[in-house]
Ligand binder design. Structure first.
Ligand SMILES: N[C@@H](CCC(=O)N[C@@H](CS)C(=O)NCC(=O)O)C(=O)O
Length: 343
């Protein structure tokens, strides 16, 4: 893809054999040196173990941290010579690191990155690239994907080119008259609006005892209540902050500090309510994980990459809830899928 589609002067690869050989070298480094200990740490601290009620094995963590630390020492030296890992331009060698760096930054292993100044600067810069932000931004689609993975459903993902306006063309408008993604098709069922899609999916596909909704009308009414809280209270200030702190900087614009302060105050008030709620229940609507928690994933993920993460980190129950739900295997699969689509 990089060879075929690179814009002149902005290719993520080289055409010159020697230069491309150096790049290939660092692609192999990512594959054989960086990924194994990084994946091990993510396994121990994010994906499998904590989600299955297992404590990370501290010896395995220590060994993987030592290995990754050695690899990052080499990166530190390399990044003192070049702006990016293989060379002075951003290449596929950098891009390949994105998902694991993103996951590691949500674990205590981020200290390995933060303690090495050139590695830290490189990591911050590449995680802030507009293309990676777009991967994280497809939020409504991400909610639906998270539910598909939670329910272990087979599905076909049909990408829609929003930049080219495909969502406003006749064929698409026949599925969603508002011309927005996501839309969902399951034989004769055609749905739009992410919250409606995941509610139906949860009703139709929940495994006995693991449903993300309730069958009892009164219990489901509480879930519906918190779905509305996410929609009308949490999302507006969260998206405002993401717009100011992620989208604007990615487009060369400066955040409006007045808007940031106002949105932070609003989100802070909502998170105070969450903190009280999470003292009563393990998850936001209930003692079990529900669609309410799923709906928060994309915005929480984006906020954790901005200074507004302080709003989450300063509230112990909100922090623990956010860390736990962002570490669910189904969410890791969404991030992985988006990365593959991007790469
Ligand atoms: N309320 C809708 C919002 C969907 C939405 O905002 N989709 C965005 C992408 S995240 C979109 O399709 N934007 C393209 C456009 O509006 O032209 C839902 O929850 O599904």
């Amino acid at each position: 893809m990089a060879h075929e589609y690179g814009k002149k002067g902005e290719e993520l690869v080289y055409w010159d054999g020697r230069e491309q050989d150096i790049l290939a070298n660092w692609v192999d480094v990512e594959d054989h040196q960086f990924e194994p200990p990084a994946a091990k740490l993510i396994f121990e601290m994010v994906i499998i173990k904590p989600n299955n009620g297992l404590a990370p094995d501290q010896d395995v963590v220590a060994e993987a941290e030592a290995k990754l630390g050695n690899v990052l020492d080499v990166y530190e030296t390399q990044l003192a010579k070049f702006m990016y890992l293989a060379t002075d331009k951003y290449t596929i060698a950098d891009l390949l690191h994105l998902p694991n760096l993103q996951s590691l930054m949500g674990t205590p292993a981020k200290k390995l990155i933060e303690s090495r100044p050139p590695v830290r600067a490189w990591c911050c810069e590449i995680l802030a690239r507009p293309a990676w932000a777009k991967v994280l931004e497809m939020k409504h689609t991400a909610q639906v994907l998270a539910c598909l993975f939670e329910h272990d459903l087979d599905f076909e993902f049909v990408p829609v080119n929003l930049d080219a306006g495909e969502q406003k063309q006749k064929a698409f408008l026949s599925m969603n008259p508002f011309g927005e993604v996501p839309v969902y098709e399951d034989s004769d069922l055609k749905q739009f609006e992410s919250r409606a899609i995941i509610r139906c999916m949860a009703h139709e596909n929940g495994k006995k005892g693991e449903e993300l909704i309730y069958w009892n009308a009164r219990e489901q009414a509480i879930v519906a209540n918190w779905v509305d809280v996410e929609d009308h209270r949490f999302e507006p200030p969260a998206m405002k902050l993401i717009f100011e702190l992620v989208i604007k900087p990615n487009n060369g614009l400066t955040p409006n500090q007045g808007e940031v302060a106002e949105a932070e105050a609003k989100l802070g008030n909502i998170l105070d309510v969450y903190e009280t709620q999470l003292a009563k229940f393990k998850y936001l609507a209930s003692y079990k994980y529900t669609i309410v928690d799923v709906l928060h994933l994309p915005n929480l993920q984006s906020l954790m990459g901005t200074p507004a993460k302080k709003l989450i980190e300063s509230r112990p129950r909100v922090r623990a809830w956010s860390a736990e739900i962002l570490a669910r295997p189904a969410w890791a699969k969404v991030l992985e899928m988006k990365h593959k689509a991007q790469a």
